[in-house]
Design a protein around this ligand. Structure first.
Ligand code: HEC
Length: 156
């Protein structure tokens, strides 16, 4: 075993180890993919409600938030469970096109286009779920507005 005189030194080293390890641990704790997806689901619903209310600024904001969520998903979950294709690649192949199309409808304030492209976006969410053995999780157009504390209409 260690000589008695080494014990204080070892204690200090252990303390330093803890002190330097803690921030690292905190920094590597990120939302799980399922949690990011729950946020994505909420943004998806809010995007629909904003678009139907023709609150295009809010709709544009929700598109940005959806994008940030996908960026986090790709960054922090490069792979997931048994999925063999990289998450970033799956997101790019399913989301890039429909996200741009919805964004275009929002930028041109076109409700008909928005509704059509939103449904395509929803289909793309489901396409990725099918590709990731998660096809039992089906996303649809929101049937009701579950957000009791938010006014989606354009503020006057
Ligand atoms: C990378 C492909 C991919 C894309 C794109 C994707 N999802 Fe997911 N989604 C997943 C996977 C994988 C899970 C399961 C995560 C897990 O194991 O917890 C999931 C889970 C979910 C869940 C369940 C979350 C929960 O815990 O209840 C919802 C809701 C969801 N996604 C909605 C969406 C919506 C809405 C979109 C489109 C705007 C979308 N997803 C796009 C792959 C994807």
């Amino acid at each position: 075993m260690f000589k008695k005189s080494f014990l204080p030194l070892i204690s200090v080293m252990l303390l330093l180890g803890c002190a330097t390890n803690n921030p690292t641990t905190e920094n590597t704790q990120h939302a799980g993919l399922g949690e990011i997806m729950s946020m994505t689901s909420m943004r998806h619903a809010k995007l629909w409600l904003a678009g139907q209310a023709q609150n295009w600024s809010l709709a544009a904001y929700e598109i940005d938030e959806l994008r940030e969520g996908f960026e986090d998903a790709a960054k922090y979950h490069p792979t997931h469970k048994n999925i063999t294709t990289p998450i970033a690649q799956l997101i790019a192949s399913t989301m890039d096109k429909p996200m741009s199309a919805v964004e275009k409808a929002v930028n041109t304030k076109n409700l008909t286009q928005f509704t059509e492209q939103f449904d395509k976006l929803t289909a793309a969410c489901n396409a990725c779920h099918q590709m990731t053995d998660f096809g039992f999780n089906v996303v649809i157009r929101p049937k009701i507005n579950p957000f009791a504390n938010q006014d989606f209409s354009v503020p006057h």
